[in-house]
Design a protein around this ligand. Structure first.
Ligand code: ADP
Length: 258
């Protein structure tokens, strides 16, 4: 638990730092884009020169998209914990997920008939799922299958190194992609670790998912076999029926005292 706290403080600090840099950087890029736009209007009709301006514009736009993603990471708010029904949440995202990954990849869902709700932030869990499904897509350049499942797990004390005893739901996102070699797997949860190359990956996807899982009282487990695929498991604690009331009630009481 100490290690988890340390990790989440580290991610918090990196988030603030990243936010500051991304913000200033984005302003610079906007100024560059503005100048390029003016330049383009005043240039002679020479296709070679125009192509150079277009290249510069495209580069600046890519940089801007990257800084936007960093800003999103930095602006993560405190969790708004609710009781979340995973099958409903995933079902509601089916179209969005299919859209994010294109036609060569099939997404399958399999959920047990009865699954307890989990205590987590619904919006952040949606972002986490999008991140994981996009990672799965990137690992399957020739197509494949993403299987999303969930199961309930009751843990005794000491059964899982990172978790307390209790009831959890394990949300698993499994792909049939290239897999991750052991040396790489040891590093994939580090902030800014990416193998996707400049302009493509930020290395903030898995750290974000991990922070969400840990802040919810769960954890992130990743298993992978090179050439066969990867399975990312998000462990989230089962919601006690009171979650909604206990989260909002103290705030309201405090607001009324003010
Ligand atoms: P990013 O996607 O921006 O690189 P992530 O933190 O989401 O950042 O992922 C870090 C790295 O972990 C990726 O660059 C990739 O090497 C590896 N990775 C993540 N998910 C998968 C997956 N499903 N299959 C293979 N490799 C993966």
């Amino acid at each position: 638990a100490r290690e988890a706290l340390f990790q989440s403080q580290k991610i918090e600090a990196i988030g603030q730092l990243t936010g500051g840099i991304a913000h200033d950087f984005n302003n610079l890029l906007m100024a560059i884009l503005g100048s390029l736009d003016l330049l383009r209007k005043r240039l002679p009709d020479d296709p070679n020169i125009l192509r150079l301006v277009d290249n510069a514009t495209r580069g600046a736009l890519r940089g801007s998209a990257l800084t936007q993603r960093m800003l999103t990471f930095a602006r993560r708010r405190q969790l708004e914990t609710r009781a979340v029904e995973i099958p409903e949440l995933v079902g509601g995202m089916a179209e969005l997920l299919a859209h994010s990954i294109g036609p060569s990849i099939v997404i399958e869902h399999r959920f047990p008939a009865r699954l307890p709700p989990v205590a987590t932030d619904e919006n952040q869990l949606e972002s986490a799922l999008i991140n994981l499904v996009v990672n799965a897509r990137d690992a399957m350049p020739d197509g494949g299958t993403v299987t999303i499942t969930a199961r309930e797990a009751r843990l005794r004390e000491g059964e899982h190194a990172a978790l307390q005893a209790g009831s959890y739901v394990v949300l698993a996102i499994e792909d049939t992609g290239v897999g991750i070699a052991a040396e790489t797997l040891a590093r994939v949860q580090e902030p800014f670790f990416t193998t996707k190359g400049p302009g493509k990956g930020t290395g903030l996807g898995l750290p974000m998912v991990r922070a969400l899982a840990e802040q919810s009282g769960g954890t992130l487990d990743i298993r992978s076999t090179v050439g066969r695929g990867t399975c990312v498991e998000i462990w989230l604690p089962v919601a006690v029926s009171q979650v909604k009331a206990t989260v909002s009630a103290p705030d309201e009481a405090a607001a009324m005292r003010r």
